[in-house]
Ligand binder design. Sequence first.
Ligand SMILES: [Zn+2]
Length: 272
Amino acid sequence: MIRDNYTLTNIVDQVERVYQDIYVEKLRREMPVIMYHRFIDNDEDKNVFAPYIHIDMFDKHLAMLKKQGFETLTFEDLADGRTIRRLEPGKRYIMITVDDGYVDNLELMLPVLKKYGFKATVYVVTGETFNRWDVETEQKERELDIMNAEQIRELSDSGYVEIGGHTLTHPRLSTLSCEQQKHEIATNKKELETIIGKPMVSFAYPYGDHNEESKQLAESLGYAYAVATDSGPLKFHQDRFQIRRIAVFPKTDVFGLWRKVRGNYLFRKMKK
Ligand SMILES: [Zn+2]
């Protein structure tokens, strides 16, 4: 037992964990993981649920991030489990995540990523061709197209986007049986990996909704990371299967985003 607990890898892991705890606590600063959904280029494309952002504003967001010295990381960059990399001295890292897999991610977002040399992680639903989960409610959301296999592959092959899992039909996982959850997560993973031709490392819980079973499934099905929305510890490394994200809304202008990514946004927000 002693030998198992004191292998060099284990000691390094433990030391790194303690270092990250202290570093983040002391500086009250964490790598921001920001969350987008849709990108539009004219006001007629506005919708109700999935937060959209005008592509010109997204361009301004990335220009500000560039100016502030940010570089992007994806979960693939941390695929070996070494979350400490995000705290590299002299670097200022951010993660850009985008949920659902709308066609506009390929058509509008990708060119802007390329312009600034930034990377993003896109979480894609594979069991629907549009946002059925929002459309078939009483609020009557409009239908928004989700990428097909060819479009997903094109986005992945661009080299600017990591593709991640987001289930087949975008359910609230905590309301499903373990068997149903497994089907939603595993089948989506298999389909996406066949399309992009490589294993995936990260997953996003639809609506951020999950329970302990969902977290265990994400891990046992082979993901190294899973992102939530407004739950999870403030310190990124403390729970790799419940990573907290910062939502970007249609009204989030450049100053609004700057406040959100300064580093201590969540720490100040949680104190209130
Ligand atoms: Zn979603």
